[in-house]
Ligand binder design. Structure first.
Ligand SMILES: Nc1ncnc2c1ncn2[C@@H]1O[C@H](COP(=O)(O)OP(=O)(O)OP(=O)(O)O)[C@@H](O)[C@H]1O
Ligand SMILES: [Mg+2]
Length: 561
């Protein structure tokens, strides 16, 4: 008895239908997901002409029986779900029984597969949606699917895909995305016969996978994120602020291993970095959120790259705390990085080692065991402070440092002390919708703590008291932003982004400027205060406060290592 069945018309009607075979990368995604659903540990992909002439995929998964092979390419046939309950708890990537039939409609398809206890496999050929050939085939256990002459009969669509380089990039992006969260599976990819990607076989290590796929330079600047709660586990990596990007191309978000795009969640990640990042800088992240499948609806988009959460607000909250926690736990100091020097150092290592030995011998008698640490703090260009610490050579931007210290102090004052309230003589009218008004009511305690008070007269709402700190600023926009955040589910965030902006502004106006001479005591005080603070790596505008060049780096610069 085969595993693949035709879905009933009731279930078919419930499935988010749509075109799933629009471009080579979408087809490849469907095929890889089928291999993963079949439990593959090795996947080999062959592409020709950016997938238009050939997309072939071979896996070592569980394979299909002859009976199943004959059914798998028909409309609405699947082995993955059979009832509405299954649809509400989808554990596999596939569930619609649609991908192979859509691909069969736009290409010539060859499917061959062999199950574990079969002596041989079986092979079918489908052209123009018709089965034209079938026969037994000798092959190892697993499945090979060849998609040939893609869109040959649909010139309009082929014309649409006129940029092969862009298509190939999309194909590689698709493989990269899936390979990132599946380190237990090895991926080998050929394009026009040339090996373009090979993750290696024994790579059941997500960090190594990230390093291989995104490069060492990025991997070096990532910090690990691990978060567990009753209903959500999050695993992955987020970038140190030093590594931010101007766009979101390196943001990988997965829910139960499924790559998804969710603007709301990506925004929350960026927002949680707060002043650690400039407004137009985006963090890099690779995050997999794991939760019970019945907490999700994966059946809302034909390409399956969007999901709906049963409790979105809760997910937002937890993601936010996970990021916050990770950023506070890790050392985010800017590190000097000079890859060219590293290369040079490697190349000349041999000669240098030789010369150094020679010099060592001749200078032995002047060797001092430990040099006394000079407490000198040098000011360069009346802007930068330079000194030696146990970490190596430290450089500080005096304005950024002072700004960061003041910001920390203002924030603490703001959170701890009772705000000074100023009564507004006439009251400031708040123009609110009905839902906004409900949110405002939910925010009453929070607002009172900040120092805002409001009252209602004849269906109108007025601000009556404002904290002194905000008096000269746009507090009405602040209230509206708080309401938006509340609707997004961020009500527990103590200092919202608008407050932070105001505190930034105050810090910046009061900090010492670049170009100002500082006495030795002032320099020392600044450094001591900065050392007392936790997380003072970046000024409120996102520029580095302190850069450290370790002794190891100095050795590389001077080709000693
Ligand atoms: N590589 C494979 N190894 C084993 N079985 C496969 C493979 N590819 C497809 N199948 C079988 O063929 C069936 C149909 O595949 P298809 O991709 O069309 O639908 P699906 O994966 O069930 O759902 P979806 O349309 O959401 O992807 C699958 O349910 C599975 O049983
Ligand atoms: Mg599928």
């Amino acid at each position: 008895m085969g595993k693949i069945k035709q879905l009933t018309s009731e279930i078919i009607a419930m499935i988010a239908a749509g075109e799933v075979a629009e471009r080579p990368s979408q087809i490849l995604k469907e095929l890889i997901e089928n291999s993963l659903d079949a439990g593959a540990t090795r996947i080999e992909i062959n592409l020709k002409n950016s997938g238009l002439d050939l997309i072939s995929i071979t896996d070592d998964g569980q394979g299909m029986s002859e009976e199943d092979i004959k059914k798998c390419w028909l409309k609405h046939t699947t082995s993955k779900i059979s009832s509405q309950e299954d649809l509400e708890r989808v554990l596999s990537f596939g569930f619609r029984g649609e991908a192979l039939s859509s691909i069969a409609g736009v290409s010539h398809l060859i499917i061959q597969s062999r199950e574990e206890n079969q002596i041989s496999g079986y092979r079918i050929v489908i052209e123009n949606g018709q089965l034209i050939d079938e026969k037994p085939a000798g092959m190892p256990i697993g499945t090979t699917i060849r998609v040939e002459q893609l869109f040959a009969d649909i010139p309009a669509r082929k014309k649409f895909l006129k940029n092969p380089t862009l298509e190939l990039k999309k194909l590689i992006d698709t493989i990269t995305e899936i390979a990132l969260v599946n380190p237990q599976v090895s991926f080998t990819v050929f394009n026009n016969g040339k090996n373009i990607l090979n993750t290696g076989v024994k790579q059941n290590d997500i960090f190594k996978r990230v390093e291989y796929l995104l490069g060492n330079k990025i991997a070096k600047q990532l910090v690990e994120l691990k978060f567990n709660s009753d209903n959500l586990n999050i695993r992955g990596y987020i970038s140190k602020p030093q590594l931010s990007r101007r766009n979101k191309s390196k943001q990988f978000l997965f829910i139960n291993g499924r790559a998804i795009s969710d603007n709301g969640l990506s925004k929350i990640v960026k927002k949680t970095y707060g002043p650690l990042l400039e407004p137009h800088a985006y963090p890099i992240f690779i995050l997999n959120l794991e939760m019970e499948p019945d907490q999700l609806d994966v059946n809302i988009h034909p390409h399956k790259h969007k999901v709906e959460f049963l409790e979105k607000v809760d997910v937002i909250f937890q993601l936010q705390s996970a990021i916050e926690q990770t950023l506070t736990e890790h050392d985010l100091t800017y590190k000097f990085d000079n890859p060219q020097q590293e290369e040079l150092a490697l190349r000349d290592k041999h000669t240098i080692a030789h010369t150094r030995d020679f010099l060592k011998e001749s200078t032995e008698m002047f060797n001092v065991k430990e040099a006394p640490i000079e407490e000198e703090i040098i000011q360069i260009d009346n802007t930068y402070l330079i000194y030696q610490s146990k970490d190596g050579l430290v450089m500080i931007d005096q304005h950024a440092a002072h700004e960061r210290i003041l910001f920390g102090q203002f924030k603490e004052q703001f959170l701890k002390t009772k705000p000074q309230l100023v009564e507004l003589e006439k009251g400031a009218a708040l123009d609110l919708s009905l839902t906004d008004l409900e949110s405002l009511k939910g925010l009453t305690d929070f607002l009172n703590n900040l120092g805002f008070k409001y009252s209602q007269k004849k269906q109108k709402t007025f601000l009556t008291h404002v904290p002194e700190l905000f008096l000269k600023h746009d507090y009405l926009s602040l209230i509206l932003e708080l309401i938006d955040n509340y609707e997004l589910g961020l009500r527990d965030q103590l200092v919202d982004s608008q407050t932070i902006r105001v505190l930034n502004f105050l810090a910046c106006r009061n900090a010492v400027m670049a170009g100002e001479y500082l006495t030795m005591t002032e320099r020392r005080n600044l450094i001591n205060k900065l050392d007392e603070m936790t997380g003072a790596y970046i000024c409120p505008h996102g520029r580095p406060v302190r850069v450290v060049i370790s002794v190891g780096e100095l050795e590389k610069i001077f080709l000693r290592k």
